[in-house]
Design a protein around this ligand. Structure first.
Ligand SMILES: *Cc1c(COP(=O)(O)O)cnc(C)c1O
Length: 353
């Protein structure tokens, strides 16, 4: 479908790259497309960034029909703009849509819309290493009725936010608290879908952890509260002896693209990687016996984030002397090297705009 482009008459100036932070500023345009049950997706357009209006009965405001994605446009050393495995985000968004009874988007059309939008906003991709243009595709149910049913009208949008380096002050290990009261999702629920509701339900535990001085929570499974699942907005990996363990995708864990990429890189380097159930008791045993060598979170925002301190049942454990571990560092160097176009992309993960 042809994309109608309306350029802004009042372009903004991007703030200094050192002052960008995350998600505070937005580029000049946004992509919008409407869905109507009897017509399918219609009217793909790029328009000046502006507020949107919604009917007060709009489905999303009452019943939470919302899904999203997060990926980045990177500026390579030669000035090129590139994405990292965008088709994986597109496929995941369609899986999220299926779970939430929202309409799917043809993969190739989606990639074309994303590419065209990033082309339009390419001057908003900052230049320093570690900075990026964060892309946020999202979709919501937009029926103008309070009746409860799957949606007949939806809106799909992509907005872009120039973002600063996650590690402005160096890669400092984070403090994580294992949550033993609230749960994020259960098997059969929406854990594998990237939907806003998962975050709304996570906020209380996150706030309680913050009050105790921890930056994020580590979730346990929602049925037995026994198995490790993931960290707030990151998947998690542990080096136990010479095995790298990451919780397997049981349906309640978000299948991260960084997680998948870390597994492929680690296997390529010859490490033993296991996707399996990991109980909190096994993890505590490995900490006490000294077998736990490293722990890290992985997600698009941070790439990898070393875990320096872990709190469980009011006891704080220090991991690897609160230093980044060698495998964590290796993953960071390889993945950021590919993303920012500093090292050869042996995997074919980079998509040039
Ligand atoms: C997005 C997200 C991740 C990380 O996924 P990536 O594709 O690696 O960015 C992990 N957990 C949750 C809950 C998420 O929403």
């Amino acid at each position: 479908m042809e994309i109608k482009i309306t350029k802004t008459q009042t372009p903004k100036v991007m703030p200094k790259e050192s002052e960008l932070g995350f998600g505070k500023y937005f580029s000049d345009h946004m992509f919008v497309m409407d869905y109507e049950k009897d017509k399918g997706w219609i009217n793909p357009r790029i328009v000046p960034f502006e507020r949107i209006t919604l009917h007060p009965a709009s489905t999303v405001l009452h019943y939470g029909s919302e899904i999203f994605e997060g990926l980045k446009a990177y500026r390579a050393e030669n000035g090129d703009v590139q994405l990292f495995r965008p088709m994986e985000n597109i496929r995941r968004m369609n899986r999220s849509a299926e779970r939430m009874c929202l309409p799917q988007i043809d993969e190739n059309d989606f990639l074309e819309y994303l590419t065209e939008f990033v082309r339009c906003e390419k001057d908003w991709v900052p230049h320093s290493f570690g900075t990026s243009l964060y892309l946020r595709p999202f979709m919501f149910g937009n029926d103008e009725t309070l009746g409860v049913h799957s949606v007949a009208r939806a809106t799909f949008m992509i907005i872009a936010s120039p973002s600063g380096s996650y590690y402005k002050e160096g890669i400092n290990p984070v403090k994580i608290m294992i949550e033993t009261e609230d749960v994020r999702t259960v098997r059969g629920g929406t854990g594998y879908a990237k939907c806003g509701g998962n975050y709304a339900a996570s906020n209380r535990a996150g706030e309680r952890a913050n009050q105790k001085g921890y930056s994020q929570v580590l979730w346990l499974d929602g049925v037995e509260r026994k198995y490790i699942e993931e960290v707030g907005a990151m998947n998690v990996m542990f080096r136990i002896g010479d095995e790298i363990v990451t919780p397997k995708l049981t349906g309640s864990i978000l299948p991260g693209i960084t997680r998948m990429s870390c597994i492929e890189v680690l296997k390529g380097l010859g490490y033993k990687v296991s996707e399996r159930l990991l109980s909190v008791d096994e993890l505590m045993g490995a900490i006490k016996s000294g077998e736990l060598k490293e722990a890290w979170g992985c997600g698009t925002a941070a790439v990898v984030s070393p875990i320096g301190k872990l709190m469980y049942e009011d006891v704080e454990y220090v991991i690897n002397g609160n230093e980044i571990g060698s495998i964590t560092k290796q993953l960071y160097d390889i993945l950021t090297g590919i993303q920012w176009g500093k090292t050869e992309d042996k995997f074919g993960w980079v998509y040039k705009i």
